[in-house]
Ligand binder design. Structure first.
Ligand SMILES: C[S@@+](CC[C@H](N)C(=O)[O-])C[C@H]1O[C@@H](n2cnc3c(N)ncnc32)[C@H](O)[C@@H]1O
Length: 409
């Protein structure tokens, strides 16, 4: 065993030793810590902490290290906040941008409203859990401090679905979302069900408050529409559709985006999903919401129509990578909201850069593609006024942010 001192955290939150022969990764360690371990293929898989730092805390969950989620439970909130802000600042400074940063906003324990479980049959019955770190092994879970307790109430039902609805080797992929008074559940990899089995599954849904169950590609049980509040509207998202990870994070994102776009008469919301931003904004402004998934845009449109009393919302399905909105289409627009997937929005941002829209609220889940897109905007006359990191992923290296860009005409 050799002794090392951890120099920094890597992109995925592992401790990193910058050794003369290159980087050595040591999971579950923190900068400044002295550790002992054996390097195999550039990693120290089980390190012994000889001298911990003050920022090391007791992990909250008994499945820590084995379960693939929450790999940073050993780090204090302060260390994590500082690391996420520093990572974002570093990405921006690589393109020459040094904006002001607002203090981070966190989602706390018990707030995650969506999770993807894995379940399979076993000799004794079945097991439900999460995949282990970088592995196919399912770690059976009995607690998950980051999740909304309502999510975990579905576990006994998921176990029954696995016992009754899988072949011996299949692993169910269970996407569950907390929705109003129950759960909205989408399951893939299940076997084909007979009519009797379908009615048995519907009974399980009613027992465990599963409002809607999609099994493979079919909704096989729905007692109530699993709606989500979005401003004054209620939206029933397509099964398994993207939603922000926590209610508190979503509320902070919406508030920050509204602060940036207000007051605007006309707003374009790009990569609009089911209306997370478009529908709250529609209480004050007319909105053109654009999204690539037709089912999500239909859900947004139906939610807007049912709400009544909101400003106009024009909902358009469009692939914004291939067919971005062109400068002409922004002529009467006062503000843009853009919230692309991890790949960012290179082709759309290139067109926005040619416009004179005065305010942009840019939401991003990837600091490096955000920095690339921010640099294009700033090279075309926009200024990046500030960045707000909103952390919906406690104990996880994932980063979410909102940024304000302005251009004076
Ligand atoms: C990060 S999500 C944001 C959704 C929404 N703004 C929200 O907060 O709920 C990104 C959205 O972009 C959509 N998307 C992905 N690729 C797209 C494309 N090429 N064109 C249009 N929309 C796309 C996804 O379907 C998803 O709804």
């Amino acid at each position: 065993m050799t002794e090392y001192t951890i120099d920094r955290l890597g992109q995925l939150g592992d401790g990193v030793i910058d050794s003369p022969s290159g980087e050595i990764f040591a999971p579950f360690t923190l900068p400044g810590e002295r550790i002992e371990g054996v390097v195999e293929k550039g990693r120290i898989l089980s390190s012994k902490i000889i001298e911990p730092v003050a920022n090391r805390i007791k992990p909250a969950c008994k499945h820590f290290k084995i379960c693939g989620g929450c790999s940073m439970q050993h780090a204090s909130d302060e260390l994590l906040a500082d690391w996420k802000i520093t990572k974002t600042k570093e990405a921006l400074s690589q393109v020459g941008l040094t904006p002001e940063f607002r203090p981070i906003i966190n989602s706390g324990i018990g707030s995650r409203r969506r999770a993807t479980f894995a379940a399979k049959r076993t000799k004794k019955g079945s097991m439900v859990g999460f995949h282990g770190r970088a592995s196919d092994i399912i770690v059976e879970i009995t607690e998950c401090p980051v999740s909304d307790p309502a999510l975990l109430k579905g576990i006994p039902a998921f176990a029954k679905f696995a016992t009754l609805g899988t072949s011996r080797k299949a692993v169910l992929r269970i996407n569950a979302t907390v929705s109003g008074k129950g759960l909205d559940v989408k399951i893939d990899n299940g076997k084909e069900l007979s009519p009797t089995e379908i009615s048995q599954f519907a009974q399980i849904c009613s027992q465990y408050k599963i409002l809607r169950l999609m099994w493979n590609d079919d909704v096989i049980s729905q007692s109530h529409p699993p709606s989500q509040p979005m401003g004054a509207a209620n939206v029933v998202p397509p099964s398994g559709a993207f939603l922000q990870a926590t209610h508190t994070g979503e509320a902070a994102l919406v508030e920050t985006v509204m602060e940036i776009v207000s007051p605007a008469k006309r707003v374009v919301d790009l990569f609009a999903g089911c209306g997370t931003f478009a529908l709250p904004i529609a209480s004050r402004s007319a909105v053109h919401a654009v999204e690539g998934e037709v089912n999500m845009i239909s859900a947004l449109d139906a939610g807007w129509r049912a709400a009544g009393g909101l400003h106009d919302v024009r909902a358009e399905t469009r692939d914004l990578f291939r067919r971005p909105l062109m400068p002409d289409e922004f002529k009467k627009v006062d503000a843009i909201v853009i919230d692309p997937p991890r790949a960012g929005a290179a082709s759309q941002v290139a067109e926005i850069a040619k416009t004179n829209v005065t305010r942009i609220a840019f939401v991003s889940c990837n600091p490096s593609t955000f920095a690339r897109d921010a640099s294009v905007l700033c090279n075309s006359g926009y200024s990046l006024d500030w960045v707000q990191v909103i952390d919906q992923f406690l104990w996880n290296p994932h980063i979410e942010l909102v940024a304000k860009f302005t251009k004076s005409n």
